[in-house]
Design a protein around this ligand. Structure first.
Ligand code: PBG
Length: 327
């Protein structure tokens, strides 16, 4: 058989030299942010069972490790604290302690490694005994404005400690505006805000909640503030509001299940877009790999590429170290 097709895209694909030359997109070290967990433990790193190869780091070990990661080409890190249960209470007051773990860690990291970008998550869930990202009112719901007030106070502590970017991950209304105003009036004009704008009430956060110890016995329902996974329009509205309120960067989270939202954020706004490949996206690939069902590295790169192809400028990923060794 010999057809005369005018279009044969395989001509280029099937050529061993031309094929790689046709690559439209490459991952680079400039795309990656590594999320990290810091612990009050002094000596030992603590493995996180539901997140293979991820650890809670004591402050000084973390400082050393960041210097090592920097030499591998990783330069942006997002920090999350794992607090002792004794430091948690209903209102998450420990977030207002200037010597709290995450502020101490940031100061030490910046002392030893000034030339990295340090991103501070701004939310109450590592600090509250109930694990919600806010202060509860009498009826048990998260009180929006009380929570925003606490986040504003915490924002100056975080900025003072040396974080370059603050990342409110709470999904309260109006918080970007108020945090920006607070930072401006306190003189932190160069501290940026990367807003978790379209953060969905996802079931992929489970391993992270183990990692920071915010998970009680019952799964926690955050659908009163995080987005319904069915709602694109509502996500678009949240992105729009955070852009208006002064966010420097918008974030979509989780990443791979919400590529349509990432694409929308890229096309609609003139702001950098970040995507967070969350703990469950990480652990599901690991689990399949451990069963021998999937090739971890290939699936990891495919997932990261799909997130970049959708339009993300930055990808928060626990795979950052693994990925940078392959790209
Ligand atoms: C909460 C927060 C969460 C994550 C980052 N910040 C989880 C949640 O909303 O319960 C999840 C990250 C991940 O799963 O990797 N402020």
């Amino acid at each position: 058989m010999n057809y005369q097709f005018p279009n044969r895209p395989r001509r280029l694909r099937d050529h061993p030299v031309l094929n790689p030359m046709m690559t439209e997109l490459r991952l680079s070290d400039n795309d990656l942010v590594l999320p990290l967990f810091v612990t009050e433990e002094r000596e030992e790193i603590v493995a996180i069972p539901s997140m293979p190869e991820q650890f809670r780091w004591p402050v000084e070990r973390l400082v050393e490790k960041i210097i090592e990661w920097r030499s591998l080409g990783l330069r942006a890190f997002a920090l999350f604290p794992h607090l002792d249960a004794s430091k948690k209470n209903e209102e998450g007051k420990e977030i207002l302690n200037p010597d709290s773990l995450v502020y101490r860690a940031a100061r030490r990291i910046k002392e030893e490694a000034d030339d990295i970008a340090l991103i501070g998550d701004l939310a109450l869930d590592p600090y509250t005994s109930h694990g919600h990202d806010g202060i509860l009112s009498d009826d048990g719901r998260v009180d929006n404005d009380l929570t925003v007030e606490a986040l504003c106070k915490a924002s100056t502590l975080a900025a003072e400690s040396g974080f370059d970017l603050l990342a409110p991950s709470d999904m309260m209304d109006g918080r970007i505006l108020k945090i920006r105003e607070t930072l401006e009036s306190a003189g932190f004009t160069q501290t940026g805000i990367i807003s978790y704008s379209a953060k969905f009430a996802s079931s992929y956060y489970g391993p992270f909640r183990d990692a920071i110890g915010s998970q009680g016995r019952a799964p926690i329902d955050k659908s009163g503030y995080q987005l319904n996974p069915a709602n694109f329009r509502e996500a678009a509205r949240e992105l729009h509001l955070d852009a208006l309120e002064g966010a420097d960067m918008l974030m979509v989270k989780p990443a791979e299940p919400y590529l349509d939202v990432i694409r929308h954020a890229r096309e609609r706004f003139h702001l950098p877009v970040a995507a967070y490949q969350v703990s469950g996206e990480y652990s599901r690939l690991w689990a399949a790999h451990q069963e021998g069902w999937l090739d971890l590295d290939k699936c990891m790169l495919e997932s990261l590429l799909s997130i970049k192809r959708a339009g993300a400028d930055l990808i928060f990923t626990y795979f950052a170290e693994r990925a940078i060794a392959l790209i």
